[in-house]
Design a protein around this ligand. Structure first.
Ligand code: PXP
Length: 249
């Protein structure tokens, strides 16, 4: 059975929309852990659009489960990872204009460079995962970098609308997992997984961890909204019961 890593970037997105202190992703991480998640995933983007450096440092101090730091393979980010020492790092492609991580890393085009980044991080006891599409060429290239893990991009599977297309994408994930394991890689998966499409991916033999964010945080907004409105209503109701009569002029 795969473990669940919960990506809490979207909590930080809501905070950054107001540049305020709530909701605090560090507080959210504690609740996520108490609910049974096996790990916390955050993406520290170059443009710091959601998760901030402060979050990563505090999470490192407060988490009881593991911290998966998603990041671009840049010198600046490698320096941060070496200082923070997350339990593992997932290297992702990053483009400023994208809404979210859109495709997998092109490992094939940069095996030598990634080998260096992997050697630096793993030399400091930080296992590295490469976020890639389930393509045999990318999986074989990932194995050549000596990374401990890959994370298979499940976006194409999640977005497939026709059943035959979805089946084809699922087969690619199943075969990709098996190829990767044969090459000595450990396998995680994520992106676009929801309450409706996760079962099939969680059933893939040997899958180690699923990283899921948007769908869980979206459900949290809806299942938590009723309680949040009731709490505010109670404050207003109590205040109106205790209202002082207006002083007459
Ligand atoms: N895995 C990786 C590498 C990601 O970049 C993301 C999105 O930040 C996720 C998993 C989670 O994707 P989602 O938010 O669609 O569940």
């Amino acid at each position: 059975m795969p473990t669940l890593g919960v990506n809490i970037d979207h909590v930080a997105t809501l905070r950054q929309a107001r540049r305020t202190v709530e909701p605090d992703p560090v507080a959210a991480a504690t609740l996520v852990e108490l609910a049974g998640a096996d790990g916390i995933t955050v993406h520290l983007r170059e443009d710091r659009r959601h998760i901030q450096d402060r979050d990563v440092h505090l999470l490192r101090q407060t988490l009881r489960t593991h911290l998966n730091l998603e990041m671009a393979a840049t010198d600046d980010m490698v320096a941060i990872a070496l200082a923070v020492k997350p339990d593992y790092v997932t290297l992702v492609p990053e483009r400023r204009e994208e809404v979210t991580t859109e495709g997998g890393l092109d490992v094939l085009a940069q095996v030598d460079r990634l080998q260096g980044v992997v050697a630096t991080l793993q030399g400091a006891d930080i296992p590295v995962s490469l976020f890639i599409d389930p393509s045999p060429l990318q999986i074989e290239a990932a194995a050549r970098t000596q990374a401990a893990y890959i994370e298979l991009h499940t976006g194409a599977y999640a977005e497939a609308r026709r059943p035959d297309d979805r089946d084809r994408q699922l087969q690619a994930l199943i075969q990709g997992t098996s190829l990767a394991q044969g090459l000595g890689l450990r396998v995680n998966a994520g992106h676009g997984l929801t309450y409706w499409n996760t079962h099939a991916v969680a059933s893939i033999a040997g899958m180690e961890e699923l990283n899921i964010g948007h769908s869980i945080i979206s459900r949290a907004v809806l299942v938590g909204l009723e309680r949040a409105v009731m709490d505010m209503k109670q404050i207003i109701t109590q205040a109106s019961c205790q209202q002082q009569p207006q002083a007459s002029a």
